[in-house]
Structures are given as C-alpha cells and as structure tokens.
Design a protein around this ligand. Structure first.
Ligand SMILES: C[S@@+](CC[C@H](N)C(=O)[O-])C[C@H]1O[C@@H](n2cnc3c(N)ncnc32)[C@H](O)[C@@H]1O
Length: 211
C-alpha cells in the first residue's frame, strides 16, 4: 500500500471506532463465547505476559486476568483514543495494576517487552497489515502462543452466514480483503496454525516458531 493510501486507511479506521466506541460493548455481546474460546486457546499460565492486539475497550481483560493472575501482565495496543479511553476506565474500575495501555497503531507501537502470548480478537484490519504483524512477532518469545479470532467467509452455499459476515465486516473493517483466510499473514510469520471455522467465525491458534 502506498503511503497516501495508508494514511487514508488509518483515518477511516479511526473514524469507524470513534463512532462505534459508545455502543461497542453492547454490540460485541454476541461474540463473548468466541472470546472465551479464543482466550482458552492461548493456554496462558500464571505470571504470563500477553499482548492484547487492538484491545479496543478492553473486553478481554477480565478473562485474561483470570488466566495470568496478578503477577502476569497485559499490554493492550489500540490506536483509537475513544476506544482506549474506555479501556483505561475499565482498568481503573477493575483496580488492575498490571495492565499497560499503548495508544498507538500496532505497526508503530513501542512495545517494551517480550511476551508469552498474543491475542488478535476481531482485528481484521490489523491481521491484513504485515508491518503490524511483524512488530508483534518481534516482541514475542520463541514458542509464544498466538490466537486470532474473527469473521471469515463461510461455505459458498451458506448464504445466511455470508450475508452476516458481509454486513458485519462492512461495519467493522476498512476492507473485505483476506476474509477467506484472515490469519494467512500471521501464519506466514509464526508458522502453522490450527483453524476452526463455523457460521462465519474462525479461531486460529499456533505457536510462534521463529527463534
Ligand atoms: C473490532 S475491534 C476489536 C477490539 C477488541 N479486540 C475486542 O475483541 O473487543 C478492532 C479494534 O482494532 C483497532 N485497530 C484497528 N486497526 C488498528 C491498528 N492498526 N493499530 C491499533 N489498533 C487498531 C480498532 O481501533 C478497534 O478498536
């Protein structure tokens, strides 16, 4: 993508989430079972450090905390100031002292640690951005767990699922590119991923095999 298109893309994404931030948590309620499954697939241990990539309003924080405990650490990366503001309020309400929030695009974020795991939950735009994935992979320990979950096209004859995916993707991403295998760039950089798909939603999990 040329630099001008990148700026336009980013502006579109920022606008999309500025408008959505108020009702975002209610809209995502439908996907909470997917979130729980995706986080379970991270196989987090007590004390682990996890990158919540495109953390939004921090809806994953509570489940991540349950797994990593107080000695663990969450690093949430989010470019939308309005979404991050909600995440900050959530952290304050939960009284957590082990969450670092970075208001930055994932591709440019200054991540000051090597993590045991990375979660990409409903972050299609980020997953289609190779620079963003590289920055995350550079900040993972060897064999770190990586899980991505989100929308994907269903089988061609599954018109209801694909209609839903189309509407939801138009509403929440800046491009439909890559919806057939949203995890493909991630798999290129971390290694083989195990993928389950059902009704327009996927969960892809693997281990970072780079050393
Ligand atoms: C659908 S929301 C998902 C939020 C959260 N992961 C969840 O599960 O609720 C996608 C989030 O990714 C953020 N985002 C999109 N592109 C980004 C980028 N390049 N860098 C950082 N955040 C980005 C958006 O601002 C938005 O908050």
């Amino acid at each position: 993508m040329d630099p001008e298109s990148k700026v336009a893309h980013r502006q579109r994404a920022l606008k999309q989430y500025r408008l959505r931030s108020t009702f975002y948590d209610i809209e995502l309620a439908l996907f909470e079972p997917i979130r729980r499954k995706a986080i379970a697939r991270l196989n987090l241990r007590r004390g682990a450090t996890v990158l919540d990539v495109g953390c939004g309003t921090g809806l994953s924080f509570e489940m991540l905390q349950e797994a990593i405990g107080r000695r663990g650490r969450i690093v949430g990366i989010e470019q939308s100031p309005e979404m991050l503001d909600k995440a900050q309020r959530r952290v304050a309400l939960q009284g957590s002292t082990n969450v670092t929030l970075l208001n930055a695009s994932v591709e440019a974020a200054n991540i000051a640690c090597k993590a045991d795991a990375a979660l990409f939950h409903f972050t299609h735009d980020i997953l289609r951005n190779r620079e963003a994935i590289s920055n995350i992979v550079e900040h993972l320990k060897p064999h770190a767990r990586v899980v991505a979950a989100g929308l994907t096209w269903g089988a061609p004859w599954n018109l209801p699922a694909n209609g839903f995916v189309l509407m939801a993707a138009l509403y929440s991403t800046t491009s439909l590119e890559g919806l057939d295998r949203p995890w493909s760039h991630l798999a290129d950089q971390v290694g083989e991923m195990e993928v389950t798909q059902s009704g327009g939603v996927y969960i892809a999990s693997g281990r970072c095999l780079k050393v």
